[in-house]
Design a protein around this ligand. Sequence first.
Ligand code: SAM
Length: 210
Amino acid sequence: MDRELEKYILDHSTPEDPVLEDLYRQTHLRFVNPNMACGHIQGKFLEMISRMINPSCILEIGTFTGYSTVCLSRGLKPDGKLITVEPNDEIEEFTATFLDNAGVAGKIVTFSGRLQEMIGSMNEEYDLVYIDGDKREYCEYFRLIIDKVRPGGFIIADNVLWGGKVLEKEVSDQQTKGIIEFNEMISSQKNIENIILPIRDGVMLIRKIQ
Ligand SMILES: C[S@@+](CC[C@H](N)C(=O)[O-])C[C@H]1O[C@@H](n2cnc3c(N)ncnc32)[C@H](O)[C@@H]1O
């Protein structure tokens, strides 16, 4: 997006709160690929959507340093919980500190491992699922979670435009292939409706009809 428009959006949106600002800065100082953290505008969008749904139970696939975890958890019902899954256990301590600083640690259950290893032991029904793990596995995640989403519940998938690579005629990398397959699978699904929003790297909203 045009830099000036991006600045205009930032100037006319609620500013980032200090805990998230610190989390974003520390993520950039300490981790490789810090741009995996969703950041302020997308984070605020996730928070707003979560507040609108007011979920009892959220599943997040791909915690990384917890930016989206904090944002999504802010819309939970007072006794609600967010289950977040992350295979990289080296980030765990860092993330735990920030969930605590944000005052949401008590609502978060962290699973160390891949979704595929965890899903069998999860008996919850989800009001909202946030898909932000390995782009090659999005179709697999969808198949694993769809029966656990309540009728009328929502799924949000990040990076569905993948830097514009979804338009490439000859696709060789597996992540782009994964995203393209996911977008095609979703558009041909019955029993859901969906829309792609051009926020950051593309965010897909999906509603399970029944
Ligand atoms: C883009 S980052 C998540 C960013 C985070 N949601 C945020 O906005 O701050 C993707 C994360 O998914 C994790 N991941 C990869 N494969 C996974 C799997 N099978 N199950 C759960 N998480 C996975 C990666 O280790 C990585 O930390």
